[in-house]
Design a protein around this ligand. Structure first.
Ligand code: HEM
Ligand code: HEM
Length: 181
């Protein structure tokens, strides 16, 4: 089983990162939306901790994923790379990467600004990256909320496009799932 990508196939590392992160992100979008409607208290504090810890793990994973793509470049898309749909797909992937950096960072900024310790899976106090300030906290949450809505929209298009290509039988989805088209 190949770990690395080749010029026409996705290796195990890229595929594992894609599907593991896809699952975690869907859980995080649901969990975050749930937290938004909650009154923070002792009974639900663990849910906040879980959301923050998975969110910071995702930030590390996205950076690892970007480094991995430098070490082992992904295959060229199937079909004509100059077609509008391919250029839109590429723009969508870049948007997803940017959002997956900006979303956890904005959550980390807002959590730091709240003045409450941010814990990583109950074991490690994450260093603050913003001053304790209501203005920073409000701005951080506003950005976090808006960018997560944008991510939901981009992902809907991403998944829709993947399913459309699967129905057309062009091998793009099979290649991300099993490596080869
Ligand atoms: C929900 C969270 C998801 C995220 C954040 C995500 C992100 C990405 C990104 C950034 C790429 C570019 C290649 C790479 O860097 O690995 C990609 C490729 C791909 N994704 Fe997703 N994805 C998600 C879910 C899905 C789902 C649910 C499907 C299928 C139904 C899917 C199908 C694909 C396919 C087929 C490709 C390969 C495109 C190509 O070969 O050009 N993705 N995804
Ligand atoms: C990829 C990573 C992340 C995703 C997809 C995500 C997603 C979300 C979503 C969808 C919401 C609801 C926002 C709204 O409806 O206004 C939310 C809220 C929240 N997020 Fe995240 N988040 C991520 C990372 C983080 C990180 C790293 C932290 C903190 C270190 C964090 C802390 C919070 C908190 C505390 C809330 C509740 C805010 C409130 O009650 O007003 N999130 N998140």
């Amino acid at each position: 089983m190949a770990w690395r990508n080749t010029s026409d196939s996705f290796g195990l590392v890229t595929r594992l990162l894609h599907w593991l992160m896809a699952l975690a992100i869907l859980i995080m979008l649901a969990l975050g939306t749930r937290l938004q409607g909650l009154q923070p208290g002792l009974a639900n504090l663990w849910l906040y901790g879980l959301h923050k810890s998975i969110g910071l793990s995702l930030l590390m994973l996205v950076l690892i994923r970007l480094v991995w793509h430098r070490i082992s470049p992904p295959p060229a898309p199937i079909g004509d790379p100059s077609a509008l749909s391919q250029r839109l797909a590429r723009a969508g992937h870049i948007a997803i990467y940017l959002l997956l950096i900006a979303i956890p960072l904005s959550g980390w900024v807002a959590s730091s600004a709240s003045g409450i310790d941010t814990m990583f899976f109950d074991t490690w106090v994450v260093p603050p990256i913003a001053p304790v300030s209501e203005a920073w906290e409000n701005a951080g949450w506003a950005v976090h909320g808006a960018l997560t809505k944008l991510l939901m929209a981009v992902l809907l298009i991403h998944v829709g496009a993947a399913l459309k290509r699967q129905m057309e039988g062009d091998g793009t989805l099979s290649r991300m799932w099993s490596g080869r088209a």
